[in-house]
Every structure is written in structure tokens, then in C-alpha cells.
Design a protein around this ligand. Structure first.
Ligand SMILES: [Zn+2]
Length: 482
């Protein structure tokens, strides 16, 4: 009977290995074929066009709310019209709320694709720390420098240059495009995208698909691979207000149950809390595709993400960025109580900012949070952000056109390319459109390392001429394949 002692574990190991091999079967990711005509891009020309756009300070505040009351055109509109829109003989329209719509015609009868791009940029807090002036429109050391180079003026410049190239080649896009330049993405998108969705979709020809910002080509997403991350969804935004009321009084005789003390203990429990983690459908697809590019045993682990979920979640949770894509997060952003040193406040309040993965219900999250705080004296209320997001697909014609365009134009690369669908932890204006049923893909065709990504909302925002050429080639291909 001794042989049974060895045989049973051996058999178990064999069966597990068989199950894993079965789970990991299937070919590696490869891009769809690209039939687009290639382009030779003059990066210097793209850089000049973008530099002029960056030299116009469109930071908020002051907000766009005054732009549509200005006499005449805002400087950025005048610039776009003169540099690209009029030479390309494109129709355009200023919309109430301050957005500019540019119409690119095509013979194709399908509804247009909406190319979303915001003109507003976040303010520059410390201009002295910048290597080049943030609104100088400088080209130096192989980069165009300035607030908005990456977020988000660069993409419009590349798209308009791609259209210019197509015109020089005597071609037009495969379907109609509307380039929508909005004024308030960095605020809340209400006047721009929000108003367009409420009032102007018909005027824009009822677009079907949105192309927007939200993710990049990343050399450091996974060791040994270049990963083009196309966001098919974004986390939704939830505000939770905590309120504790009670007896105020003199600070010389405090109890341990003052509203501030109760709130502080509740906040401590929130700060120490990790909401449940899980791998979303896009994340499982991403792991599957990464697994296809790796050999044994990584391919087994990545392609059996259900079986290895605890291990994979553990790896993601090591970084704040990784953690944010596998779980709902909650941050304590505002805390208020008291006005005078010797008075016990009768009211203590805090605001929490939560970001939920697609498919997570705000009500359920609030219940979990309430259970975590476990104190009936803390009153919780929530506000959901307008336009909760829906998850897009990766088995769609638009996603395949994006994949093919990336593969045909992103190189040369140091490591093999894999295109993956992701959920972005940030918020974009796409959510206004997904709310009313449009598909959205959030992707910038720029290969950015961590240092360049740090310029977004930070110091020394810049885009390389290599990236401007890459991005222009990408849009030139994509506009033929959509
Ligand atoms: Zn942006």
C-alpha cells in the first residue's frame, strides 16, 4: 500500500498541471492586419503647430465660464482655425458652453466618430521649477515643453496634422469625424461635454464612438514587454460625506465622545481599510494577453487568473497604481471641525472621495463603508458623479482598428508589443457619452516612461518629437481604418 502514498500526490500534481495547461491554451496576441497607407511625418512641423497652441494660456481658473461671453473669439479658437481648420477647409461651429466642433467629412454613411479633446489645462503651481516656461511654447532638447503638451493639447495637434497629411496624399478618413474641443474637462465637464450630450448630439450627427484621453503606451507596465494600454472603462466617482453632531461646550472639560473624537476614530477605520479586491474582466483579458507573450511558468499563472487570483492581487497591491486597478479605493480629502481653540465643536464633518471599479454599485459600497465605520453616530450620505461609466468591449471593430494602428505605427521598440484593454483609475469626459450609450476608448498613442508621465499635472510637462511623429502616424492610420 506504500506506493499509494506516492501515487495519489503525483496524480494530483499531474491533474493540476493538466488543468493549468488546458486553461493556458490559445495563441499569443497578435495585431489585426493594417491596410492603412503609411505616412512620413515631419515631426518639426507637428512640433511648431503644437508649440503655438501651448503658448496660449488656457489654464483654469480663470474658467471657461467667461469664454462664451467674450467679444470675438478666444485666442485658442482663432489659433486652431488659422493653423489647421481653414487650410483644411473644414466646417466648424462654436457651441454654447464654449466647445468648438470641427467636422471632417467622408462619403461613408455611418454615424461619425467623436474625437474628444479638451483645451483647458490645470494651473501651474510653481513655474520656477520648470526647465522651460510652461506657457512659452518652446521646442528644445527634442521636446515641445509646456502645460498641456500631454494633457491634452498634443493629441489635437497630432490629429489635425494627420488630417493635413491625408489631404496632401489626396485621401479622406474612412468615416466622418467630429473633433470636439471642450473647455472644462479639468473642472467637471459640465459646460463642455455635459452640455453637448444634453443639447447638441443631433447637431454633431449622433456620433457612435468616442476616442478620448486616458491611457498610453507603457514601457514599464510589465518587464520585457511594451504594453499599449487602451482604456475601455474608467472607475466611477463617488463622494461620501460623514457628519457627526453632538454637544458642544468648553474645551476644559471634554468627554471622549465629542463629535471630533468620534469622527477621528471613524476616519482612522476608513484609512486602515482595504475594500475587497478583484480582477475586472478587462484585467483578466490583459493578464491573458500578457501570458501569451511569456513562457512557462508565467504563461500558466497569467492565463489562469482565477486560480492564481490571490497571488496576482498580491502583486498588484504592492503599488498604489496597481492597487487602484484591482479594488475600489477611498481617500479622505476634506476634514472640518471647530473654529476656536477653547470651544468643543458641535459638528464634525469629512468628505471621502471613492473610486469604484466598473460594475460596482455605489449603494453596496456605502453599506460596506458603514459596516467598516460601525458607529451609528456617524451619519453617511453620498453623491454620485454625473455619468457613471459603462464598460466597453475589446472585441469590437473600433478596438481592432486601434490595435492595428498601434502595431503599424508605434515602433521601432525595444521589447515586443502587446495591446491590452484596461480600466483607468482616473476620470475623463468620456463618461458623459458612455452614459447615453456611446462606446468609448481612451488612449493616447504616446510611448511614455514614468518621468515623462510625471509631467501630467506636474512640473516640466513635455512631449518628445519622436512621440509627436509616432502619434501623428497613429492617427493617420486610425482615421483610415475606423
Ligand atoms: Zn486631460
Amino acid at each position: 500500500m506504500l506506493w499509494l502514498v506516492f501515487l495519489v500526490p503525483l496524480l494530483a500534481v499531474f491533474l493540476i498541471a493538466l488543468a493549468l495547461a488546458w486553461g493556458a491554451r490559445g495563441p499569443a496576441w497578435s495585431p489585426p492586419p493594417c491596410s492603412a497607407r503609411p505616412a512620413t511625418v515631419d515631426a518639426e512641423r507637428v512640433a511648431q503647430g503644437l508649440a503655438g497652441y501651448l503658448a496660449i494660456d488656457t489654464s483654469i481658473p480663470p474658467g471657461q465660464e467667461r469664454w462664451d461671453q467674450l467679444d470675438g473669439q478666444p485666442a485658442w479658437v482663432a489659433y486652431l482655425l488659422e493653423r489647421w481648420v481653414r487650410p483644411l477647409e473644414l466646417e466648424h461651429r462654436m457651441l454654447p458652453g464654449g466647445s468648438l466642433a470641427i467636422f471632417v467629412p467622408s462619403d461613408d454613411p455611418r454615424p461619425p466618430v467623436l474625437f474628444l479633446d479638451h483645451v483647458d489645462v490645470v494651473p501651474v503651481a510653481e513655474p520656477r521649477r520648470w526647465t522651460q516656461p510652461p506657457f512659452g511654447g518652446r521646442i528644445a532638447d527634442g521636446f515641445v515643453w509646456g502645460r498641456g503638451a500631454l494633457d491634452n493639447k498634443g493629441c489635437l495637434a497630432m490629429a489635425l496634422e494627420a488630417l493635413t497629411l491625408m489631404r496632401e496624399q489626396g485621401r479622406s478618413p474612412s468615416r466622418r469625424l467630429v473633433l470636439l474641443v471642450t473647455p472644462d474637462e479639468e473642472v467637471d465637464g459640465h459646460s463642455g461635454s455635459g452640455r453637448v450630450v444634453r443639447e447638441h448630439l443631433e447637431e454633431l450627427g449622433f456620433p457612435e464612438v468616442v476616442l478620448d484621453e486616458g491611457s498610453f503606451v507603457l514601457p514599464d507596465f510589465y518587464p520585457g514587454l511594451t504594453v499599449a494600454a487602451v482604456a475601455v472603462a474608467e472607475k466611477s466617482f463617488l463622494r461620501v460625506e460623514l457628519k457627526v453632531t453632538g454637544q458642544g461646550g468648553h474645551a476644559s472639560m471634554p468627554s471622549s465622545d465629542t463629535p471630533s473624537a468620534v469622527l477621528v476614530r471613524a476616519l482612522q477605520r476608513v484609512a486602515d481599510w482595504d475594500p475587497p479586491a478583484h480582477l475586472s474582466p478587462p484585467m483578466r483579458e490583459t493578464l491573458w494577453r500578457l501570458g501569451g507573450a511569456k513562457g512557462f511558468p508565467l504563461s500558466w499563472i497569467l492565463r489562469n487568473s482565477r486560480l492564481f487570483q490571490p497571488l496576482l492581487l498580491g502583486i498588484f497591491q504592492r503599488t498604489t497604481a496597481g492597487n487602484a486597478v484591482v479594488r475600489d479605493t477611498v481617500a479622505i480629502t476634506v476634514v472640518r471641525a471647530g473654529e476656536k481653540e477653547n470651544v468643543l465643536p458641535g459638528l464634525a464633518e469629512a468628505t471621502l472621495n471613492a473610486r469604484l471599479l466598473p460594475g460596482q454599485q455605489p449603494e453596496r459600497f456605502l453599506d460596506l463603508l458603514r459596516a467598516r465605520i460601525a458607529d451609528p453616530r456617524v451619519h453617511l450620505s453620498m453623491t454620485t458623479w454625473p455619468g457613471q461609466d459603462r464598460m466597453g468591449g475589446w472585441d469590437t471593430p473600433t478596438f481592432r482598428a486601434i490595435e492595428a494602428s498601434i502595431a503599424a505605427t508605434v515602433g521601432p521598440l525595444e521589447h515586443p508589443l502587446v495591446v491590452v484593454p484596461v480600466v483607468t483609475p482616473g476620470t475623463t469626459d468620456s463618461r458623459w457619452f458612455t452614459e447615453v450609450g456611446l462606446e468609448a476608448y481612451r488612449f493616447h498613442p504616446l510611448l511614455l516612461d514614468a518621468a515623462e508621465r510625471a509631467g501630467i499635472h506636474g512640473v516640466d510637462e513635455r512631449v518628445s518629437l519622436d512621440n509627436l511623429a509616432r502619434g501623428t502616424r497613429f492617427y493617420h492610420a486610425l482615421f483610415q481604418l475606423l
